[in-house]
Design a protein around this ligand. Structure first.
Ligand code: 5RP
Length: 227
């Protein structure tokens, strides 16, 4: 079975009956929204808060009611995916460039679950961390991080010349970082002017990570479990 489909079906049990649901961004989340679209109760009785324009379009298209992030209504639950989870239980997000709103919703929501294929559990020594930067500060931030010894790439897309621009009008850098002390790195670089947010999600930002593999095995990990 496709692990994304399995995760989506499994996640339904967490979402049924919830009135305000925050939703992440990416292919895993798209599969979840597709699976949710046959849940008439969720369409009628629940309101959704999207972490990106892409997710908002996807939800609206399938008939879900979407609240603006400006509404400041606390989601009862937030569901999203991730690019990598390290063996220490730290997630890296932002492959889809939505890290700022995703982190905002993860902080704001009462309960947070992150779903992904087991292959996203990685034991690598160096990871590319997405970092959202106010555009006018990009050259300075790049200079500063390179001076600190990091390798920095400005993220570019296709269909547009130059940097991709996030839903918040900012630029995304991908910075190569050793996996020791990722949460310390996250705190430290926030002191550099123009850095808005990083894609490092430490344990205080989730309650549960749910992994699924191609053999249909589901594994749940709580923030306190360690991995
Ligand atoms: C977007 C994200 C996504 O959750 C992450 O990139 C995983 O995406 P996918 O489900 O496509 O593998 O952080 O900013």
């Amino acid at each position: 079975m496709d692990p994304k489909e399995l995760l989506a079906t499994y996640t339904l049990n967490y979402l049924r009956g919830k009135k305000i649901i925050g939703v992440g961004t990416g292919k895993t989340v798209k599969k979840l929204i597709e699976v949710l679209s046959s849940e008439e109760n969720l369409k009628e009785s629940s309101l959704f808060v999207a972490s990106s324009i892409d997710t908002e379009i996807e939800l609206s298209k399938r008939g879900f009611k979407v609240l603006s992030l400006f509404s400041a209504i606390q989601p009862e639950i937030y569901v999203d995916s991730f690019d990598i989870v390290t063996k220490d239980g730290i997630m890296i997000k932002g492959g889809g460039g939505a890290l700022l709103r995703e982190k905002l919703l993860a902080y704001f929501s009462k309960y947070r679950i992150f779903i992904g294929e087991s292959t996203k559990l990685k034991d690598t020594k160096v990871i590319d961390i997405p970092i959202e930067v106010i555009s006018v500060g990009v050259s300075y931030v790049k200079y500063k991080l390179e001076k600190m010894g990091f390798t920095v790439k400005i993220r570019e897309g296709s269909g547009k010349m130059g940097p991709i621009i996030s839903d918040n009008g900012n630029v995304i850098l991908d910075v190569s970082v050793k996996t020791e002390n990722l949460c310390e790195f996250d705190r430290m670089i926030k002191n550099i002017p123009s850095i808005v947010e990083t894609g490092i999600f430490c344990k205080e930002l989730y309650n549960k990570i749910i992994l699924a593999n191609e053999q249909g095995r589901i594994e749940e990990m709580d923030a306190g479990d360690g991995i």
